[in-house]
Design a protein around this ligand. Structure first.
Ligand code: HAM
Length: 420
């Protein structure tokens, strides 16, 4: 038997209902916050990710699914969506008519990480990206939108971790201080961190290896190195969050795994997911659009780990089963033909309907209706066909009524809706 690729997974129908519910809630809320959906391809030129996420990052160095197509061009399955949305924004000059654009996009991402609970090689993200707003109030509004979504989904164990990574003016001074701080202990660092010191020293701060943690335990904090503009931006974000009553934790170790960030960065962490504690992450990337050849454009966004979010909801007992209004139990071949017609008509008027064409006994059909959780069962037998009617049974109260075939769909719809 051919099996799934390691780190990939199926989302089975029983789970898909929960995914759909989350997707609907997010899309509805984001649209009310002024966001529009954008759909971008899942493959892009490798260069797009190398330049956006950064050559020295784990994602670009070790985790991308990259291959050359038949003409020898290097292409990559997207490991994240921000670079793709920025590419699209620039390519289609989406800034031309209106400089402030807000997008959301939902879809699969691919990273060749070591699979474990909450970490997959194909995973899904819900992204929100804002282009053209420099104000820290946008940072606050975006975090507000994110926490509101989590609140609506009843995720109660979510903490906002907040940091500022400064800008190209002030960050080099911090990097230098970090290098100086770790200069005496390089031999104690893990192999990854030894390399990180050379290519991406900020990542020294979020290594999980105990010896590395010790080495940076009293490392300087970025906050002390922020230039005046970055510092006042950060203060305004904090004040804005305070004003909206959104609690947050200042986390100077939050450096994120992508190089494009400037100023505000944030993560939503929970304790219900074990090692994979980040359910969402994001921040400002004011330099990305211009680095990719577009106009100078401030930008900020986040991505929610859809798989992780659904896992939290499932842990909390959230289930969204199929809501089956009506099960049609036809007895005999003629009744099955009639069931086919009525099932079609009822489904079209908005009654969720399952018709059974197995030809089994009424007893076994009723068992199946029970298994499916049908609220009503419509029984069609020879006697009913002769009388030009059907019997509709309320599975909860066990009450039965006869309904004439004439105008059946509308009448049954009324019965089913009045009981909701
Ligand atoms: P990220 O932190 O790499 O940021 O990913 C965002 C979220 O995606 C993570 O917090 C996590 O929930 C989920 N995630 C990441 N990797 C995996 C995985 N292997 N398996 C399951 N879930 C995973 C970004 O991707 C940025 N593009 C976010 C962003 C948007 N920044 C600005 N705009």
């Amino acid at each position: 038997m051919i099996q799934l690729i390691r780190g990939f997974k199926d989302i089975l129908p029983e789970e898909a209902a929960l995914w759909q519910a989350v997707e609907r809630t997010a899309a509805h809320l984001f649209e009310n916050f002024g966001f529009s959906e954008i759909r971008v391809p899942i493959m892009e030129r490798t260069e797009l990710f190398a330049r956006s996420i950064g050559e020295g990052t784990d994602i670009v160095e070790k985790e991308m699914y990259t291959f050359s197509d038949r003409k020898g061009e290097l292409i990559t399955l997207r490991p994240e969506a921000t670079a793709c949305v920025a590419r699209s924004y620039i390519q289609h000059k989406l800034y031309a008519a209106e400089p402030v654009r807000k997008f959301y996009t939902i879809g699969p991402m691919f990273r060749r990480e070591r699979p474990q609970k909450g970490r997959y090689r194909q995973f899904y993200q819900i992204n929100a990206e804002v282009f053209g707003v420099a104000s820290p109030l946008m940072d606050v509004q975006l975090i507000h939108m994110l926490t509101t979504l989590l609140g609506r989904l009843s995720v109660d164990d979510a903490r906002v971790h907040l940091n500022s990574l400064g800008c190209p003016d002030c960050r080099p001074r911090f990097k230098a201080a970090l290098l100086e701080h770790t200069a005496g202990v390089t031999d104690k660092l893990c192999a990854d961190c030894k390399r990180r010191r050379e290519v991406n020293p900020l990542r020294l701060l979020d290594c999980k290896v105990p010896d590395c943690r010790l080495a940076v335990a009293d490392a300087p904090s970025m906050e002390d190195f922020l230039c005046e503009d970055c510092s006042s931006h950060f203060e305004s974000v904090k004040q804005g969050l305070d004003g909206l009553g959104i609690p947050y934790i200042i986390d100077n170790r939050l450096v994120r795994g992508l190089d494009y960030y400037t100023r505000t960065t944030f993560e939503i962490q929970t304790s219900s997911l074990g090692a994979q504690s980040a359910v969402a992450g994001g921040g400002r990337y004011d330099g990305l659009v211009s680095a990719l050849g577009g106009p100078e454009t401030p930008a900020i966004g986040f991505a929610i780990g859809f798989d992780r979010l659904v896992e939290i909801l499932a842990l909390a007992g959230e289930v969204y089963g199929r809501n089956l209004d009506l099960f049609i139990a036809p007895l005999g071949a003629k009744a099955q033909e009639s069931a086919l017609i009525h099932a079609g008509a009822l489904s079209c008027v908005g009654v969720s309907t399952e018709a059974d064409f197995s030809g089994k006994s009424l007893k076994s059909l009723m068992k199946r209706a029970d298994r499916l959780g049908a609220r009503f069962v419509m029984i069609i037998g020879d006697a009913e066909l002769e009388e030009a009617c059907v019997v509709v049974r309320n599975m909860q109260t066990k009450e039965q009524v006869k309904v004439a075939l004439e105008g059946l769909a509308e009448k049954v719809k009324e019965i089913v809706s009045s009981e909701q």
